[in-house]
Design a protein around this ligand. Structure first.
Ligand code: UDP
Ligand code: MG
Length: 143
């Protein structure tokens, strides 16, 4: 079954949106199989966003994601990656449709409230990055 990693970014945690965001994804019928709050350090942030290392926004991105606690979670379900990306909306909240997480809550392209894995392969790496030590849980989701 497909897994996807999400992060509630600092602007989401600080505005008390964690429950709302996790709830929206649970309401899709996806199964929450791991969750933790953490303050990412520079090393973790740089590893998570390594693909963007050469981009002009990389330093701002790393500074932002390490500026305050985040909530990491893993959801499991059919097509979890694409369904969560759709629920998140476009990267830039100004371009995201209403009803999506970023469209409803995102402040700007940096403070866009949520990260979500962009492919099942990326998800596997990201789940290992954030939950490698504890792993994920197994249970039956009753809808
Ligand atoms: N980002 C930014 N400026 C940009 C592009 C991206 O600050 O011009 C940030 C934005 O917060 C985004 C993150 O970098 O969520 C990762 O970028 P990506 O293109 O992977 O977007 P995502 O997968 O998060 O939609
Ligand atoms: Mg991305």
């Amino acid at each position: 079954m497909e897994k996807s990693l999400i992060l509630v970014k600092p602007d989401g945690v600080e505005r008390g949106l964690t429950g709302t965001i996790i709830g929206r994804l649970e309401e899709l019928g996806l199964k929450l199989v791991a969750i933790r709050m953490l303050r990412a350090d520079k090393d973790l942030a740089e590893r998570h966003y390594a693909i963007h290392r050469e981009r002009p926004f990389f330093n701002d991105l790393v500074n932002y994601i390490t500026s305050s606690p985040i909530v990491a979670a893993v959801f499991e379900g059919e097509e979890a990656v694409s369904r969560i990306r759709k629920a998140c909306g476009a990267t830039d909240p100004a371009q995201s449709e209403k009803g999506t997480i970023r469209g409803d809550f995102g402040l700007d392209i940096g403070r866009n409230t949520i990260h979500a894995s962009d492919s099942p392969e990326t998800a596997a790496v990201e789940v290992e990055t954030f939950f490698g030590n504890e792993g994920t849980c197994e249970y039956t989701r009753i809808n």
